[in-house]
Each structure stands twice: as structure tokens, then as C-alpha cells.
Design a protein around this ligand. Structure first.
Ligand code: GLP
Length: 259
């Protein structure tokens, strides 16, 4: 099962996950990280910054989860630009080693396969950071996505378009399609770290961790993975039935086990 870690706030979650990522980079300067967009992972990137000062990160590799299809590559909200602004530049990573699925229309028919090949050629993702949508989506795998899916084009739900309209002038400007790592792709990463904060994520977290494994709640795919850390604040943990057990297990965790 997933290890559920209930922390006081997003900053504590960021510190915990940043410690783990900094140790991975120390152990392997060419480590392959799975990066995510959205507001949820931001505390991790913020906490990483001081931890990586003076560390050679020039060989760190990364793969983002998803991108909008057909978005102007110069658009500030293309995920390529978001990852550059929020992760690559502040942490001093080499942009040439950080990949985002290619949403350009000209190459979209093989962009998913190309991305899968690039991840495989890099040796796979070591640690994949994940947020979760209020409807339980991870990456842009909307409800109904196959657990065996690879990187491919998906149609965004009306809800996701509305949720993301804040980054555009209007909801009509939000692209209809995205290209996202599949649930099968995500499950191939060696360690999944799913973060969630706030009451609005409580149902999605409870469904992902304790609900039935169902394509109707894509986040529940994490139950099929052997190594998952779910790092949540009290509000996001508020609908978990076994919260007392998770706290007990974390409080009594042997030091040598790490995250
Ligand atoms: C988008 C992203 C997801 C992210 C979700 C939640 O749909 N594609 O990767 O998990 O939004 O975003 P936030 O973390 O801002 O709540």
C-alpha cells in the first residue's frame, strides 16, 4: 500500500520531498526526475533551491508529465514554459536535459511514442512527483483513462478546462486537447510521490489511497505500484479512514528506511 505521511502544512511536505530528491541527486548526479506542474509541487521546488546550492545539477535529467496540444510554444502557460520558469531556472538545471511532451500539431501523431522512447532511453524515471485533480486525475489522465495507457493525446474534461481557465484569458482559450504520460507510463517510475493540500483534494486523496482501484478515479492506479509516498496536509487527509494507522506507522518508521 501507499505510505501516507500527514504533515502540518505544504512547506513541511516540500521539505520532506526535497530532502529525498537532494539525496537522489547526491547519489546519482544524472538521476532522472519526473516533474509535475500545478500549484501543488511548488513547495517542493522552493525547498529544493537551498538544498541544491553549491551542488552540481548540470547532469540531472527530467521528464514532465504533460503539455497542451497546439499551444503557442511562447505562451507563458505552456507547460514547457511553466517547467522552465518554476523548476529549470530557479534550480539551475540544464534545459536541454529537461523534457516536456511535444504538443506541436505537426508532430503530434508520433509525439507520444517519441516521449515513451526518450524516457526508456534515459533508463526510466527514478522519482515521479504527482499532484491530483479534484476529480482524481493524475497528469492529464482524466477519469476513464486506461491503467495501461502510455503517453498520448487526451481530451480535457469541461471541469479541467474550467479549473485551468485561470491561467488563460478565458475558458475558451484553454486548449481542448493535451498530451500526457499515461497511467502505465507513470506506474513505470520507480517511486511515486503524490502530494495534495487542502480540503478540496480530500475526496480525491481518499479515493486514490483507500477507494476501489478504478479507472473512474485515475489516482487509484497508485495502489498498483510497489513504492508510493502520499504526502498530504491535515485537510487533504481529512477523509482517510485509516489516518490513525498512517500516523502510527510514520511515527514508528525505522530511520534507515528513508522516504
Ligand atoms: C493539472 C495538471 C496536473 C495537476 C492538476 C492539479 O490538471 N495537469 O498534473 O495535478 O492540475 O493542479 P493543482 O496542483 O494546481 O491543484
Amino acid at each position: 500500500m501507499a505510505e501516507v505521511i500527514i504533515v502540518p502544512d505544504a512547506a513541511a511536505a516540500g521539505a520532506l520531498v526535497a530532502d529525498e530528491i537532494a539525496s537522489l541527486i547526491a547519489a546519482d548526479p544524472e538521476v532522472v526526475l519526473g516533474l509535475a506542474t500545478g500549484s501543488t509541487p511548488l513547495p517542493v521546488y522552493e525547498a529544493l533551491r537551498p538544498r541544491l546550492e553549491g551542488v552540481d545539477v548540470s547532469k540531472v535529467r527530467g521528464f514532465a508529465l504533460d503539455e497542451y496540444v497546439g499551444i503557442d510554444p511562447e505562451h507563458p502557460e505552456s507547460y514547457r514554459n511553466v517547467i522552465r520558469r518554476e523548476v529549470v531556472e530557479p534550480l539551475g538545471l540544464d534545459p536541454a536535459r529537461i523534457n516536456t511532451p511535444n504538443g506541436a500539431l505537426e508532430t503530434i501523431q508520433h509525439a507520444g511514442d517519441d516521449y515513451e522512447k526518450a524516457i526508456a532511453a534515459a533508463g526510466g524515471v527514478e522519482l515521479q512527483i504527482l499532484g491530483i485533480g479534484t476529480d482524481g486525475h493524475i497528469g492529464f489522465n482524466e477519469p476513464g483513462s486506461s491503467f495501461a495507457s502510455s503517453t498520448r493525446v487526451k481530451t480535457l474534461t469541461e471541469q479541467t478546462k474550467k479549473d485551468n481557465a485561470r491561467f488563460f484569458d478565458s475558458v475558451d482559450q484553454v486548449p481542448t486537447h493535451c498530451i500526457t504520460q499515461g497511467l502505465g507510463t507513470i506506474l513505470r517510475a520507480r517511486h511515486l510521490v503524490l502530494l495534495a493540500f487542502g480540503e478540496g483534494k480530500a475526496d480525491a486523496v481518499a479515493g486514490a489511497v483507500e477507494g476501489p482501484v478504478s479507472a473512474s478515479l485515475p489516482g487509484s492506479a497508485i495502489q498498483l505500484h510497489p513504492r508510493v509516498s502520499v504526502v498530504v496536509d491535515e485537510a487533504a487527509a481529512s477523509r482517510l479512514r485509516r489516518a490513525d494507522y498512517y500516523r502510527y506507522a510514520w511515527d514508528n518508521k525505522p530511520d534507515w528506511q528513508g522516504l
